[in-house]
Design a protein around this ligand. Structure first.
Ligand SMILES: [Zn+2]
Ligand SMILES: [Zn+2]
Length: 266
């Protein structure tokens, strides 16, 4: 049994065949999906994600203002996220939040402010966080240390594509590290080397679909069933059976997000 610990399946990319996508995931052994609601906090995107997740017993939900939308994060957004997080079912994390200095879709100072505010709020609610970080390694770990250093619940660096130094700092801060299809890409030798060094009790797997489909589906729309390819790649790197990656990453997911996944008895 696998868990896709980070997917975006409530969006329009899956409007035509969402049921089939979920069925294909089950058929592939992907028993559980964490759907992450993103977008303009005032657009109804978070309400949509929460409503979608409530319909499926094996779909968990996270919501948070992505760094791309940081310029739209305000008091009303914060109040809305807090209310939704506390009122919905199977809502397990605040995220994805963080810094993206690659695209710079929002000004950097606003990204950093929205990141800090959301970390403080997540801490207040005692929720784990899902971190998105790109080309902002030092700023990300500095802010996490300031705002989250002594938080009881930690979180995950999702879709990890950073340096081995960032991985070491994330682990030191008590976070898990989640790998996506990027780790299967031909040119990702450095990332594979980093993945090999992440201890099995800190490892998660994800698709981040609809983007970043793993080899051999690269270039196609990604979907949760393909997380098995990420697990196969990590199994090879760690020199173990794919089944062990499935069990360990599922246990890690259950522990981090405080849920019980019956099939592994954790
Ligand atoms: Zn992300
Ligand atoms: Zn994402």
């Amino acid at each position: 049994m696998f868990v896709d610990s980070h997917a975006h399946i409530d969006g329009h990319e899956f409007d035509a065949d969402r049921e089939e996508v979920i069925q294909r995931a089950h058929a592939a052994g992907v028993s559980t999906i964490l759907n992450v609601g993103t977008g303009d906090p005032h657009s109804g995107a978070f309400e949509r994600a929460v409503q979608f997740g409530a319909k499926y017993s094996n779909v968990y939900t996270a919501i948070g203002t992505h760094p791309h939308d940081a310029s739209k994060y305000d008091q009303a957004a914060e109040d809305k996220i807090k209310t939704l997080l506390q009122s919905g079912v199977r809502i397990v994390a605040w995220g994805e939040i963080g810094l993206d200095f690659h695209y710079d879709n929002s000004p950097r100072d606003l990204q950093m402010e929205a990141f800090r505010r959301q970390l403080r709020s997540a801490r207040e609610l005692d929720l784990p966080v899902i971190i998105h970080t790109r080309e902002a390694e030092n700023e990300t770990t500095t802010i996490l240390r300031d705002e989250y250093g002594d938080a009881r619940r930690k979180g995950v660096f999702h879709c990890f594509s950073g340096t081995s130094d960032l991985a070491a700092r994330a682990l030191e801060l008590g976070f898990m590290i989640s790998f996506s299809g990027i780790v299967t890409f031909k040119k990702a030798d450095d990332l594979r080397e980093t993945a090999r060094l992440v201890p099995l009790d800190r490892l998660l797997i994800e698709t981040d679909c609809p983007y970043l489909a793993p080899v051999p589906y690269r270039g196609k729309r990604n979907e949760p069933a393909y997380v098995v390819e990420v697990a196969k790649c990590l199994a090879k790197l760690h020199g173990i059976e794919v089944q062990e990656i499935a069990v360990r990453s599922t246990q890690n997911f259950a522990r981090l997000f405080g849920v019980s996944i019956a099939s592994i008895g954790s």
